[in-house]
Design a protein around this ligand. Structure first.
Ligand code: ATP
Ligand code: MG
Ligand code: FE
Length: 341
């Protein structure tokens, strides 16, 4: 079964073709980062309009690259939420229209389920192959959650952030030290030039039981440290490093706790912050120490992409799940309400 996946929940237009026999055939991504940079954040109306411009050419491109025509599609999957309503409607409208014209099924995918399943797209070489049960750490721009996954579609929330998401904390912290938009990846790169021990920030909520997170206080700690400092490039890098260490350490501590609490021996990590190199290496190291194996998507599939949507949609369509022919999106959508497959 060949499924076209479409992602338009925010500021990335992502498309992909996933074949349930042969795997990922092609994928393409257009990022609107430059469009929103002058505003310092995503402008929803501009995002929607740009998805309109980019989507069809991208779809034509991956079909041509794979030597396929629209007639070869057996289904269409699109991000139905959570996300910006106008942006979601562009993907949903195109996906539903295409599926209707071709008389193939279409399915709305939960964006965070897409992120969560992205590590399963990779050939990890593990025996038996990676499948539930496991614990998932979802760390993106809008979410920081620990989820117990007993089956695909069966998601039990173990803990989540009470305020800023980890990616949001990276972005805001970068901004307050004058780094260009979007700051998260820039801050992470800068952290590589920081000196160990020059600054130290707290590990929020690790001194009490539970699996929730809170990252907004860290931002304030950074602001105070930055304002009191000499504000040189080296100091900025030193603070970036200490901030990254605090976030990573906090995530690692809670992941270990979630593994112990659930009894699972496998952890998967997904979402944009999953591309962070320190997080990847520290989690692998801690996993090895406690007898747990840790899985990640390749870095480009940590942030938003069409491949994860094509894959998640293909699993649901293959399981025979179907939906009424209507263009419906859910800007807010609780993952716990999904149907297990
Ligand atoms: P959500 O998926 O919750 O709706 P989103 O789609 O905006 O949010 P993603 O695309 O998964 O989020 O990830 C983007 C986030 O990941 C940004 O906040 C960005 O700063 C962060 N990020 C990307 N790369 C890195 C990195 N190397 N280190 C830390 N953070 C990073
Ligand atoms: Mg984005
Ligand atoms: Fe995302």
């Amino acid at each position: 079964m060949i499924v076209l996946g479409i992602e338009t929940s925010c500021d990335e237009t992502g498309v992909a073709l996933y074949d349930t026999r042969r795997g990922l055939l092609a994928h393409a991504l257009y990022s609107q980062v430059k469009l929103h940079a002058e505003y310092g954040g995503v402008v929803p109306e501009l995002a929607s309009r740009d998805h309109v411009r980019r989507l069809l050419p991208l779809v034509r491109g991956i079909l041509a690259e794979s030597g396929l025509g629209v007639g070869d599609l057996d289904g269409v999957a699109y991000t139905a939420g959570p996300g910006l309503v106008g942006a979601l409607l562009v993907g949903a409208g195109v996906a539903r229209a295409l599926a209707w014209a071709l008389q193939v099924p279409a399915i709305g995918v939960h964006h965070m389920e897409g992120h969560l399943l992205a590590p399963l797209l990779e050939d990890t070489g593990s025996e038996p192959p990676l499948e539930p049960p496991f614990v998932a750490l979802l760390v993106s721009g809008g979410h920081t959650q620990l989820v117990a996954v007993d089956a695909i579609g069966d998601y039990r929330l173990l803990g989540e952030t009470l305020d800023d998401a980890a990616g949001e904390a990276f972005d805001k912290t970068a901004k307050l030290m004058g780094l260009p938009y979007p700051g998260g990846p820039v801050l992470a790169k800068l952290a590589g030039e920081g000196r160990a021990g020059a600054f130290r920030f707290s590990r929020p909520m690790t001194d009490r039981p539970g699996l929730d997170f809170s990252f907004s206080g860290l931002k304030t700690q950074v602001l105070l440290a930055w304002q009191k400092s000499d504000q040189t490039d080296q100091t900025r890098a030193d603070i970036a490093r200490a901030f990254e260490e605090a976030v990573v350490d906090t995530l690692v501590i809670k992941c270990e706790r979630a593994l112990q609490q659930s009894g699972h021996r496998r952890l998967i990590v997904a979402g944009g912050v999953g591309a962070n190199r320190r997080l990847r290496s520290e989690l692998v190291e801690r996993g090895a120490r406690i007898g747990a194996r840790v899985y990640f998507p390749r870095p480009e599939f940590c942030t938003d992409n069409g491949a994860m949507i094509a894959f998640a949609g293909a699993l649901r369509l293959q399981a025979g799940l179907s939906e009424p022919d209507e263009v419906r999106v859910q800007p807010r959508w609780d993952m716990a309400t999904l149907e297990a497959i």
